[in-house]
Design a binder for this molecule. Structure first.
Ligand code: ZN
Length: 361
């Protein structure tokens, strides 16, 4: 999969292009604007423009362009908020954080349109360390490294020992010549003033309805009245439209579908799916997946009773029995309850997968 295109913000793109031509693009940029208007996508477009080796930048065709669009360019560092690392030792924290980032990016490679970040996720001391470490390296492939730090207001100042905060500050004060920093935020006033003062702001406003509609038609397969309604509800924010998508939470629904698929496929894939459970950046995401799972089973039960359309998993010819589906639903409800406590989601999911396999067999 490649990234969805950048919608709107043509004037701002033009400003960046001119600044690049005149060689006066600030090394520290702060993209501001309402949630869901595409600040991170704009940052990725800028990264692509900087890393492109074509004549008309970004050309979209050269290797670096294709790598950026596939979120696979080694010099593009997209830093997204994740759950606080659990390790106590700082080296381990950085590893854990890098791994969690990698998992979010793997999700984004599958689906580049996403809703709001989980409230629990943030940037931590380990984030500053990770950035400082990567900034000190020479570019892996091109001439530049690009750091895109999303939701910069989630840099947590109070716990950052001065050392870590200062490392980041120092980078922004005297950025290495081969590094570009792009931070995004809805509210620049919530940034540490010392960090904000090192950055040049560029505001991205709400998108015109026509752009939102173009995006929703292309990526959410909406047409007619549904498309118009969703466009109006979005109020110029694609992220908002994605967050209020009819099925509630696309990511959760997809994950629930994958789990059912794995349950149907047998022991090996079941375990593999459970072990991939680390992709849940936060508990909220995990419970949303269980909710989506319950909903999917309810849909299958309607199918089984003839009250609804066929909604099985791939390869399923007929619905499991209503009894089996009811039993499966209650197992999911139990797991949902257990998930409120302090449990390892990975283990919980492995158990649930086995339970579901048993009752649906
Ligand atoms: Zn290119």
């Amino acid at each position: 999969m490649t990234l969805h295109p950048l919608y709107g913000h043509k004037k701002e793109q033009e400003r960046i292009r001119r600044a690049l031509q005149e060689d006066r693009l600030p090394q520290g940029l702060l993209l501001t604007g309402p949630a869901g208007v595409g600040k991170q996508r704009f940052g990725l477009w800028l990264a692509q423009t900087l890393l492109c080796e074509g004549r008309e930048r970004p050309c979209g065709a050269c290797l670096p362009c294709r790598q950026v669009l596939g979120l696979a360019h080694p010099d593009l560092h997209w830093i997204v908020p994740v759950e606080r690392p659990k390790a106590t030792e700082s080296e381990k924290q950085v590893e854990e954080l890098a791994e969690a980032q990698g998992e979010v990016l793997a999700e984004r490679r599958k689906e580049s349109l996403y809703g709001p970040a989980d409230g629990l996720s943030g940037h931590f001391m380990a984030t500053a360390r990770l950035i400082a470490r990567r900034a000190a390296l020479t570019p892996a492939q091109g001439r530049k490294k690009v750091f895109l730090l999303a939701l910069a207001e989630r840099l947590v100042p109070q716990e950052a020992n001065p050392e870590a905060a200062n490392a980041l500050l120092k980078l922004l004060e005297e950025p290495p010549a081969d590094s570009q920093f792009i931070l995004t935020t809805e509210d620049p006033n919530r940034l540490l003033p010392t960090i904000r003062s090192r950055l040049v702001p560029l505001r991205l406003g709400r998108l015109p309805n026509a752009e939102v509609e173009r995006c929703l038609a292309a990526h959410m397969e909406l047409t007619g009245e549904a498309l118009r309604t969703r466009t109006l509800q979005a109020q110029g924010s694609i992220g908002r439209a994605v967050a209020t998508a009819g099925d509630g939470n696309q990511k959760a629904t997809r994950a629930a579908g994958e789990l059912l698929q794995a349950v149907a496929a047998g022991t090996g894939p079941r375990m593999e799916r459970a072990l991939k459970q680390g992709t849940w950046a936060a508990r909220g995401d995990f419970t949303a997946m269980l909710d989506a799972l319950a909903e999917q089973l309810a849909g299958m039960a309607r199918w089984a009773t003839g009250a609804g359309p066929a909604v099985g998993v791939e390869g399923m010819r007929q619905a499991p029995s209503v009894d089996a589906l009811v039993a499966a639903q209650s197992r999911v409800a139990e797991a949902r309850e257990t998930a409120q406590g302090n449990v390892n989601p990975q283990l919980l999911l492995a158990t649930l997968a086995e339970d579901l396999a048993e009752v649906l067999a």
